[in-house]
Write a protein that binds this ligand. Sequence first.
Ligand code: DUC
Ligand code: ZN
Ligand code: ZN
Ligand code: ZN
Length: 499
Amino acid sequence: SHSRLLVKGGKVVNADQSFEADVYIENGIISQVGKNLSTPGGTKVVDATGKLVMPGGIDTHTHMQLPFMGTFAVDDFYTGTKAAISGGTTMIIDFVLDQKGVSLLEAYDKWKGWADPKVCCDYSFHVAVTWWSPQVSEELLELVTNRGVNSFKMFMAYKDVFMLGDADLYEVYKRCRDIGALAMMHAENGDVIAHEQKRMLDLGITGPEGHEMCRPEDVEAEATNRAVMIANRVNCPMYIVHVMSKASADVIVEARRRGNVVFGEPIAAGLGTDGTNYWHKCWRHAAGHVMGPPLRPDTTTPKYLMKLLASGDMECTGTDNCTFNGSQKALGKDNFAKIPNGVNGVEDRMSVIWEKGVASGILDENKFVAVTSTNAAKVFNIYPQKGVIAPGSDADIIVWDPNATRTISAKTHHQAVDFNIFEGMVCHGVTVCTISRGKVVYEDGRFTVSAGDGKYVPRKPFSNYVYDRVLKRREALKPVPVEREPYTGAVYKRKEEKP
Ligand code: DUC
Ligand code: ZN
Ligand code: ZN
Ligand code: ZN
């Protein structure tokens, strides 16, 4: 059936410019953008007068219903994506993340089986590489060629569970480079963390503050530097997920100054709150903020990260949404190392970035669109299908009221989890209407969406956005042997050598 929708009278905000225009949508695709569009009778109209009309957010980093640390994340592909659309996010990129030894193709099929019947918005997958073998190497190519995966995540932390050593990382990066995939890294030194956890517990520190104390900024920055260094040896583009500290961000900025192809991803948690919460007197509150890497006690960190988004030194934003209820966090009530790592964010990322970024005068509205949507579409190679309001693009659109405010609270949020790390935060920027593939899925606080309405979005290898930078870097670094006279003198022979 032919479906039509007109978004009328708003200000279209793209990453490069803003302008007054109507947006006409046919069968899920934007067909016209212009002033005073005339449309056939019976076309549904969304009134956007006085509002901003923006590309829906793309959350580059979620873990819906992840089996992790002895339990499962409570927000699944249904509650997680439903919450996402209420907050103005119309696409998530989740992680296929299974145990060492499991076939990545089987893991991919398992995760897709979980997601397809539940998703309320479009989604895609990164795949985590937690072990390395010739079989895994072949599977990466299959995932890139036939499953639409162009990004693989590795862990330098979670020793014995997900962690890979440097030699394996070198091999995975090289493979990623050869098959046109982006290598993503969880950058923390897992060996040091394991020792520090034991040291803290021996000192009698069992509470959530121990989580931060055993993995301070250096632990993240060192691994970030190592990840970038190894990637640079094999000319593989590198994407550092959840950049949580100034120290790690500085490593990325300096590497980019040298021409390294490295992207940094701040997350909503790190932009909206900080690590002082680990010292909160309420255990549940403190444990509610436990995630890896931790939030930082340096309260100037969130603004520092936001400014790097403004300057273009970091480009995409995610959430690492991976939620656990109080009863699950309590698995670590006597030992912080057993608190399931993860926080919310998928619902609130857009509002938090608007409030702390735009309302605070650090980002303009176009930069907001760039860092919440367009840059992610470019880096992960789904631009211009996603990330822009233009004819031919998917109609993933939000109508945004920049003047309205809402107060974030676990009492009113749409996520399944019983806690919100942004509790009490008053945010300017409210989603009035969310359109997914040309269909209104959320309007004035009401959902008009069903489980399974979202679609899997396959992604092709390297975008030019990434590859052009890699090529430039490769030329600059080409190793050339020195032309010299060969050595013609005597060659020492060891005494014990037989002639
Ligand atoms: N960090 C978290 O906090 N949760 C899931 C995985 C991760 O790396
Ligand atoms: Zn991670
Ligand atoms: Zn409390
Ligand atoms: Zn994660």
